[in-house]
Ligand binder design. Structure first.
Ligand code: HXC
Length: 258
């Protein structure tokens, strides 16, 4: 299906999903989030794709859910439609690594979308915020939970209650983003990181994604057992034999996802 609000480009085993409503600062309309969820599902199912990048443009990753669409909605509307729940679940189901490349505004649902990704690379122009309180509402796609886990209670409360924005430097210092790069280099640096991931064993990558995600769900002792089981199980893969043999033989590993 042709998409109208996102642009999908697949090359060198990387699917780049670019949000594309520039006039609305990539506000997340129901159409956009639906198309994005579908594109993530298709990239996940596409054997050629080994890493996914979600990005916006220079001015905005996404300035939040589309306020003009939400303005007319009642409780009954959002409750019965389960507003954005299925779309978020579809993105969270993805087993392949997803990197968010963020320049400009990542606000409200935009910040939440970036946090759904496995890690965030930020341009030095990035601005993060959960300003829903200014609209008389609050985060609804994971912001109160994920931002708190990433930056701690005090800063998360500050962001949600005052609605202030956090710049890229503060976001890196607080653990919201993994690295900050000059805006002009955002896509080069992100594609280089994605490229590195595509060279790895996809079985190991998916197991790592599962284990790190469980760190937010389980106690430490349960998480350590979960990690150990996955670690041991990777010894059943050809990629483990190949990876270790390649190290011993001082050559590049050729992983086959088996
Ligand atoms: C709809 C939006 C929008 C949004 C910007 N626009 N954000 N439209 N939904 N979230 C539109 C503007 O209406 C305007 O359209 C155009 O984009 C450019 O925006 P400006 O405001 O003129 O730009 P600027 O002065 O540079 O200010 C940028 C901004 C501001 C600071 C990002 O636009 C802003 O505060 N936006 C709202 C941010 C926000 O509150 N996000 C949270 C939404 S609630 P026109 O047609 O006038 O040119 C949310 C809940 C998620 O995300 C829950 C999910 C379940």
């Amino acid at each position: 299906m042709a998409f109208e609000t996102i642009v999908v480009e697949i090359s060198d085993h990387i699917a780049v999903l670019r949000l594309n409503r520039p006039k609305q600062l990539n506000a997340l309309s129901q159409q956009l989030l639906g198309e994005l969820a579908q594109a993530v599902g298709e990239a996940d199912a596409n054997d050629k794709v080994r890493c996914i990048v979600i990005t916006g443009n220079e001015k905005a990753f996404a300035a939040g859910a589309d306020i003009s669409e939400m303005a007319e909605q009642s409780f009954a509307d959002v409750y019965t439609k389960n507003f954005f729940v299925d779309e978020a679940a579809a993105i969270n189901r993805c087993r392949k690594p997803i990197i968010a490349a963020v320049a400009g505004y990542a606000l409200g649902g935009g910040c939440e979308l970036a946090m759904m990704c496995d890690f965030i690379i930020a341009a030095d122009t990035a601005k993060f915020g959960q300003p829903e309180i200014n609209l008389g509402v609050m985060a609804g796609m994971g912001g109160s939970q994920r931002l708190t886990r990433l930056v701690g209670k005090s800063k998360s409360m500050d962001m949600h209650l005052t609605g202030r924005f956090m710049d890229a430097e503060e976001a890196e210092r607080s653990g919201l983003v993994s690295r900050v790069v000059p805006a002009k280099k955002l896509m080069d640096e992100t594609m280089a990181a994605a490229d590195k991931i595509t060279e790895k064993s996809m079985i190991a990558a998916s197991a790592i994604k599962e284990a790190v995600d469980q760190a937010e769900e389980m106690s430490l002792s349960q998480g350590l057992i979960f990690e150990r089981r996955l670690f041991h199980s990777l010894f059943a893969t050809e990629d483990q034999s190949e990876g270790m043999a390649a190290f011993v033989e001082k050559r590049e590993a050729q992983f086959r996802d088996k």
